[in-house]
Write a protein that binds this ligand. Structure first.
Ligand code: ADP
Ligand code: MG
Length: 248
């Protein structure tokens, strides 16, 4: 079984991992906690250029461990693409997975961050909080198995029971084939880029409120149309969108 934690720094992932692993091991489950911090902290200092190695090595460790053990991934797993990569490891070995989303209000995260010596600037936590890719918002495979509020009591026995039950199910993978993943990524990109184009476009001229509404509706319509197309080329799609705006 692969347990994928997701949640912001200070939410309580490492604490939760240790406590949950203890309860599960009492139930005779061989379980290991892995996360990128293990490798990251093995360097005396941090450099951006180490990150690729950190990511790959963490993945290799998880991949290797999952053959024999339950694995808890103790990481922020901030983007759904990170969770997708992990689920693909579970898929490779046909193991069940469960996303556990740990949550706490921003002021609690900031308070805990300060108590830990503010190694991550509070501003960064705030930005991450605003931009956090809520699991399951976009994709079915990304839906959390459990959502845990870490400001409340955590019933570990009950969580362990649920996970053990889940581990006995036949694994289901909602991750569509690679092609679908590719299309999802392409769609995300077009979504983002057209948003930028619209905002530039609106800034470039003084449009009335009604016109702005029209432009926003044009973008929505365009995205609906794009969604139905099998093989999308990003550049062509963006060109077409710009044309639509120019014609408008
Ligand atoms: P993360 O691994 O998500 O960054 P940690 O588990 O290291 O978070 O916890 C961050 C801080 O919050 C620690 O000081 C820890 O003692 C505290 N903490 C963790 N879980 C809880 C909880 N459920 N209730 C209150 N404080 C907690
Ligand atoms: Mg931690």
């Amino acid at each position: 079984m692969l347990i994928i934690l997701t949640g912001l720094p200070g939410v309580g992932k490492s604490t939760f991992s240790k406590n949950l692993a203890k309860v599960l091991s009492k139930n005779n489950i061989d379980i290991i906690i892995l996360g990128s911090d293990l490798i990251r902290e093995s360097f005396p200092i941090w450099k951006e250029k180490y990150e690729e190695f950190i990511r790959k090595t963490t993945h290799n460790l998880i991949d290797n461990a999952l053959k024999n053990y339950w694995v808890i991934v103790d990481d922020t797993n901030y983007y759904n693409s990170m969770r997708r990569d992990l689920i693909n490891i579970a898929k490779k070995y046909n193991k069940n997975y469960a996303i556990i989303y740990l949550k706490a209000p921003l002021d609690v995260l900031i308070k805990r961050n300060i108590e830990r010596g503010e190694k991550i600037p509070n501003e960064v936590i705030k930005k991450m909080y605003e931009k956090f890719d809520e699991p399951g918002k976009k994709y079915k495979w990304d839906e959390p198995f459990l959502i845990i509020d870490t400001t409340k009591d955590i019933d570990l026995e009950n969580i362990a029971k649920k996970l053990i039950e889940k581990s006995k199910e036949i694994p289901k993978f909602y991750i569509e084939d690679e092609n679908k993943n590719k299309n999802d990524n392409i769609f995300d990109k077009i979504d983002k880029e057209t948003r930028k184009i619209v905002s530039e476009y609106i800034k470039s001229c003084k449009f009335s409120k009604d016109k702005i509404k029209d432009i926003i509706e044009l973008r929505k319509e365009f995205l609906r149309k794009i969604k139905k197309i099998e093989d999308i080329d990003v550049d062509n799609a963006l060109k077409e969108f710009k044309n639509i705006l120019d014609n408008y």
